[in-house]
Design a protein around this ligand. Structure first.
Ligand code: NAD
Length: 489
């Protein structure tokens, strides 16, 4: 590809079933594939948000009054439309985010999988009824919250809005989605497709912009719950601000995922999986492998990773970086640790990209701290970088992993069952793996980290998400007048 040659025009806010004009300032949208401007969107604020929320508030009770099964009919139809529009969505995902086409299709397919889970909610949601005492029955029921919001990052423009939207809708809420201002085009398409699927106007809405609109969402009195996915500093800001306004908040943050590698690990499998986990989507995913803790003499595996990394071609076998600013941040990190004395085994600054078209290309990098007295910085890089630490035994490796301020994912590569079992109980993260680089739990298992990778209770997908998007009403009934009347009879 030389040039993208595509312009999506002005990506407007979407409210009450229509795209809305606004006099808000506009933000340019760039394609990382060639650095060209592919459209614009609004930098919205409280005024735009309130207009949308007021309509959503009026529409939501009717949607909530439908049975879950009726709501799922819209979701089934939406799934069909996602399949029908799979190519177009993957193309937008590729162009606005810079993923390879394969990765872009992967993001759409994962979104479809979550919609399938949402379709199953009427059959699988754990509504319970029990005779709690003689003649006394207790049952639980999910009750929608009202208008809720989902704030999403740039790195998965199709998948992450689907981590939240299908379940929030299925639970009977009206949703206001705030996509990243860097990648808002797929979310506009979601509005079109949900309308075509039969979703009533006002139930799914999109409001565009950056910091101002996020602050407005945190402050709006009629938004009852907010899910946020993005970097840890912003997750913390959103969590504090929205919860101080007494909203329900779940804020997922960044990560620096440690993979432990023992000398007996399967060299081919471990090196392939770890490299793919570090460089897939150019390392711009919260589940990316960021750090290898090489236990004992595992250097043969580190060497295999480096040899394979040298063969990757940015813009061909590896995706682009989201912006020039993000590349500058990765370069600054490399310079900082190199100057301190870390060894750069593979240097992303020296890679040649497939195209010379202005795209935001950067090569994979491997930074080795073993045998030096340089301390690895705790912060997330969010690029195709892998940092290597050494440990004498797995217990030392567990200690290093446990000290990370993040707790999204971690994994061990070993062929020793005992090491695997020990790791399973020692790894300090929300999502742990054995011989897997990206231990993403797929539905109905839920997605979510711990420590600095998540503020709030519960997870964002799977069964755990149902209680986030609803209140649990408990109804206790007694119809037999002959039964005793004392409490708890
Ligand atoms: P980001 O934090 O910069 O932006 C996320 C959202 O917050 C965007 O919608 C953005 O408009 C908004 N925002 C940005 N700065 C803000 C501010 N100062 N005040 C209020 N709102 C603000 O994140 P990003 O760069 O879009 O995405 C990458 C980050 O997301 C990485 O740190 C990655 O690890 C994380 N991430 C985490 C998960 C997870 O599941 N834990 C998943 C995907 C991405």
């Amino acid at each position: 590809m030389e040039k993208v040659n595509k312009n999506y025009g002005l990506i407007k806010n979407y409210g009450n079933g229509q795209f809305l004009d606004s006099d808000a300032e506009k933000i340019d949208i760039y394609s990382p594939l060639d650095g060209s401007i592919i459209g614009q969107t609004y930098s919205s604020g409280m005024k735009e948000l309130d207009e949308i929320v007021q309509k959503a508030k009026l529409a939501q009770p009717k949607w909530a009054a439908l049975s879950m099964k009726s709501r799922s009919q819209v979701m089934y139809k939406y799934r069909e439309l996602l399949l029908k529009n799979r190519d177009e969505l993957a193309e937008i995902n590729h162009i606005e985010n810079g993923k390879t086409l394969d990765e872009a299709y992967g993001g759409v397919d994962k979104a479809i999988e979550i919609v399938e889970y949402a379709c199953s909610i009427p059959s699988t949601a754990p509504n319970r009824v029990q005779m709690v005492s003689r003649g006394v029955e207790c049952k639980t029921e999910y009750v929608p919250l009202g208008v809720v919001s989902s704030i999403t990052p740039f790195n998965f423009p199709v998948m992450v809005p689907h981590w939240t939207t299908p379940q929030a809708l299925m639970m009977g809420n009206a949703v206001v989605l705030k996509p990243s201002e860097l990648t808002p085009i797929c979310s506009a398409k979601m509005g079109e497709l949900l309308k075509e699927a039969g979703l009533p106007d006002g139930i799914f809405n999109v409001v565009n912009g950056g910091k101002d609109i996020v602050e407005a969402i945190c402050d709006h009195p009629d938004i009852k719950a907010i899910s946020f996915v993005g970097s840890t500093p912003v997750a913390e800001i959103v969590y504090r601000r929205a919860s101080s306004n007494l909203k329900r908040v779940l804020a997922l943050g960044g990560a620096k995922n440690h993979l432990i590698v023992t000398p007996d690990a399967h060299t081919e499998m471990a090196s392939n999986d770890i490299l793919a986990a570090a460089t897939g989507m150019a390392g711009q995913r919260c589940m990316a492998a960021s750090v290898v803790i090489a236990v004992g003499d595992s250097d043969h595996i580190v060497k295999a990773i480096c040899e394979k990394a040298e063969k990757l071609i940015p813009g061909d076998t590896m995706s682009t970086i989201i912006s020039e600013a993000a590349i500058a941040k990765i370069v600054a990190y490399l310079e900082r640790v190199e100057k301190a004395g870390a060894k750069i085994l593979v240097d992303g600054r020296k890679f040649k990209a497939k195209y010379d078209n202005g795209g935001y290309f950067f090569g994979p990098s491997v930074i080795d701290y073993r045998g030096t007295n340089v301390e690895m910085p705790a912060e997330e890089i969010f690029g195709p970088t892998l940092e290597i630490l050494g440990a004498e035994n797995i217990h030392e490796a567990f200690e290093i992993q446990q000290k990370s301020p993040y707790g999204n994912a971690t994994s061990i590569f070993t062929q020793n069952g005992r090491s695997a079992m020990e790791a399973a109980s020692m790894m300090d993260a929300g999502m742990c793996g054995v011989n897997i680089g990206v231990p993403v739990p797929r539905d109905p298992f839920s997605f979510g980290g711990i420590k600095g990778s998540k503020y709030g209770h519960g997870d964002i997908t799977g069964e755990s998400s149902l209680e986030f998007w609803a209140n649990l009403r408990k109804l206790t009934t007694k119809w037999n007048p002959e039964d005793k009347t004392d409490w708890m009879s």
